[in-house]
Ligand binder design. Structure first.
Ligand code: LLP
Length: 397
């Protein structure tokens, strides 16, 4: 699906670095995810934090997927793009008063509330506006997501959510808060989760807590289990679309829904990662005593994941059709950027066909947490984009 020829043609006149988005693959991915969710009548929200590029957001809106926001600006952006407020949820451990007021005035579907203090603040601000806020309690289930510790969010040591031992107090606060309506419970245990058994463990916790609320007379309408489904960074071409069916089936099989309960998801990475690549040119090839360095015009300022999480992204040389492609002799390179930091490295000892100045390099699976985490450090250029040919209408097939 990663059409190298089309890409090389499109890019030949383009300045690099540039984010390339394959919008057809994006549409296929969205359609596959939506269909797999619809089988179980699950509701899917897209976590804007993964990528808030407008072209992408519009495709997601058109696919009938809702929005999961973590800042007032994301809520605004979602509304601007045309997501219906009743499809928008708002999470985050540190919502400011202004952000809460704004979201209240848009009458969004729900606030995912992360502390008892936040419940009180939302109640006060809702009272001042004369409205009632729908809230879901984000509960920290203490489930290990078996992923990188920087993107683990559901353990007791993490800052996220309300601890289970505080639920009594939370319920007490809710009963005294006339401007809050408890609609559900919310969880998000981490990101880039590739072992589906982790989600089974989450279901067990959700079931326990669902019963806990039921026993106390709360009829929860929503079970929101967050996001976290991982993607294949090692073999993007073999798995361009994550196995959404298997993922949703875990929840269909292991979640004990009570009559009328809705199940909501907040997927980010799985919906957009494989559709994006960072395309860069080789500026210099530096032969060292111990190493060869490939110095690219892209750096950690465009894609921060390798520097921040030691994340793996497949790196490939794009064959320009001049016989320098995959049949060429392989060399080992440390593939680095131009930024003044030693952590500005995309991969060590990467095997690539012999490269020279001007060659095009693709860093794959960069559609999620790539462009959005870019920075202007070293006063770098603004991010550039290139999109695959206009998306096809896949609604008919
Ligand atoms: N819901 C909540 C409450 C979240 O905190 C997140 C991600 C998501 C949903 C979406 O998770 P996903 O489906 O994308 O795994 N920058 C890191 C990832 C940080 C994820 C933060 N929360 C990275 O590049 O790996």
């Amino acid at each position: 699906m990663f059409d190298r020829k089309q890409l090389v043609n499109a890019i030949s006149q383009q300045e690099t670095p540039v984010y390339y988005y394959d919008l057809s693959l994006m549409q296929q991915t969205l359609k596959t995810a939506k269909r797999a969710a619809d089988v179980h009548s699950f509701h899917v929200h897209y976590a804007l934090k993964a990528n808030f590029n407008e072209r992408i957001l519009k495709l997601i809106r058109d696919a009938g997927i809702g929005a999961d926001c973590v800042s007032g600006n994301e809520v605004r952006k979602a509304i601007e793009i045309g997501f219906h407020p009743s499809d928008i949820v708002f999470a985050g451990v540190g919502k400011s008063d202004r952000e809460i007021r704004d979201a209240l005035s848009h009458d969004i579907f729900a606030f995912n509330v992360e502390s008892i203090q936040e419940l009180k603040v939302i109640n006060t601000l809702a009272a001042a506006q004369g409205v009632k806020a729908r809230v879901a309690l984000r509960i920290n289930p203490n489930v290990d997501a078996q992923t990188h510790h920087y993107i683990t969010t559901g353990l007791d040591e993490n800052k996220f959510g309300i601890a289970h031992w505080q639920l009594g107090d939370a319920v007490e606060t809710l009963s005294q808060s006339e401007h809050l309506e408890l609609i559900g419970i919310h969880f998000h245990i981490g990101s880039q989760i590739t072992d589906l058994n982790v989600f089974k463990s989450l279901c067990v916790k959700v079931n326990e807590l669902n019963n806990w609320f039921d026993e106390r007379g709360f009829r929860l309408r929503v079970l929101n289990v967050g996001g976290g489904l991982g993607v294949d960074y090692h073999e993007p071409d073999a798995h361009p679309i994550p196995d959404f069916s298997a993922y949703f089936s875990v929840f269909a099989d292991f979640l004990e829904r009570k009559p009328g309960q809705e199940v909501h998801f907040e997927l980010g990475r799985a919906l957009v990662s494989q559709c994006g690549s960072l395309i860069s040119r080789v500026l210099y090839v530096k032969h060292g005593l111990k190493k060869n360095f490939l110095i690219l015009d892209a750096g950690m300022t465009e894609l921060m994941r390798p520097a921040l999480y030691q994340a793996y992204h497949q790196i490939e040389k794009l064959d320009t059709g001049e016989g320098t492609g995959h049949d060429a002799e392989l060399q080992r390179y440390d593939v680095v950027g131009p930024i003044c930091e030693s952590s500005d490295c995309f991969g060590k000892e990467v095997l690539l066909p012999s490269c020279e100045r001007g060659d095009l390099i693709a860093i794959r699976t960069a559609g999620a947490y790539g462009e959005v985490m870019a920075s202007r450090y070293n006063l770098r250029d603004e991010i550039r984009y290139l999109y695959s040919s206009a998306p096809v209408d896949v609604s008919a097939d």
